[in-house]
Ligand binder design. Structure first.
Ligand code: THG
Length: 272
């Protein structure tokens, strides 16, 4: 399972405040703590449209100073921000995200296609979203999926670099959110067994109490139905334990080697 740490997001109050005050120590600490657990990538999202690129550039330089091997997930609705940040990153990361809105897919795919020097190791999150707005049915998501796959082929972007995000809305107001997510995952996997499926899973619990409980249930259910990557809270030890447990149950952690070593390293934070 590919884990993208979600914590450096301006939508979180304490992070928004640190961004406003350009509190470097806070940001560096949050980056280090996520990398100390098992985050493969760090998602960075400013939440400040007017200073989006400035904030992300600031975070990239701060964090790379401490962790030269860090890989970022550049999370911005603004493509210019992403294109400004890419050259600053020492290691290839993830573009979060493209969709069929405007000319986003064409612009990004032409920058990261197989001929693009140094930029053809970047992965791309593709939201299953078209120009008509948020998808309310699985069919609509599948239509977007097929259009994006076709475009990727046109630009020579290999399928294994794409992470398809069927989109998760809070179950508080969208009762079929999880069911739509797993139904889209299953349909994608039946057509392309190796396709990557991702989610920003904490969205599921927005506006509800005990969010960790719902996030955990979503994680397990989605992994059992083909999700192989997530933007999630890697500081939540029970959730991390859930990742290892699900991998063991799915038979992708032979002899429970990863499960056992994470347990020994105390990654689960459970009583022994
Ligand atoms: N898809 C893609 N990118 C995304 C999202 C997505 N980026 C942003 C978002 N959704 C995923 N990131 C977050 C980050 C924080 C929270 C939710 C989604 C959040 N965190 C709470 C906190 O830290 O206070 C609580 C988390 C918890 O208790 O576990 O709300 O869908 N491609």
């Amino acid at each position: 399972m590919l884990i993208i740490g979600e914590k450096l997001n301006g939508a979180i109050k304490s992070v928004a405040e640190a961004i406003r005050n350009r509190d470097g120590a806070f940001i560096r600490d949050l980056a280090s703590r996520q990398l100390d657990t098992r985050a493969d990538y760090l998602d960075i999202c400013s939440g400040v449209p007017e200073e989006d690129a400035d904030v992300l550039c600031w975070m990239i330089e701060l964090i790379q100073d401490d962790h030269p091997d860090v890989r970022f997930s550049l999370d911005s609705p603004n493509l210019d921000t992403i294109l400004t940040c890419i050259p600053l990153c020492k290691n290839p990361g993830i573009i979060n995200s493209v969709s069929l809105e405007g000319d986003k897919t064409d612009r990004i795919f032409s920058v990261v296609n197989r001929e693009a020097k140094g930029q053809n190791d970047w992965k791309i999150i593709a939201l299953l979203l078209d120009e008509t707005g948020m998808p309310d049915t699985v069919d609509k998501r599948m239509e977007s999926f097929h259009r994006i796959v076709k475009k990727a082929a046109e630009y020579g972007v290999a399928m294994d670099r794409l992470y398809f995000d069927p989109l998760v809305f809070t179950v508080a107001t969208t009762p079929d959110s999880f069911l739509n997510f797993i139904s889209a995952s299953s349909r994608i996997r039946s057509e392309y067994p190796d396709a990557h499926i991702i989610s920003g899973l904490s969205n599921i619990s927005h506006g509800l109490p005990s969010r960790k409980t719902l996030n955990h249930a979503f994680l397990i259910g989605a992994m059992m139905n083909g999700m192989d990557s997530a933007i999630m809270d890697p500081l939540n030890r029970e959730l991390l334990g859930g990742v290892y447990a699900a991998e063991a149950l799915l038979g992708i952690d032979e002899y429970c080697i990863e499960y056992l070593s994470a347990y020994r390293e105390d990654l689960f934070g459970v009583q022994k």
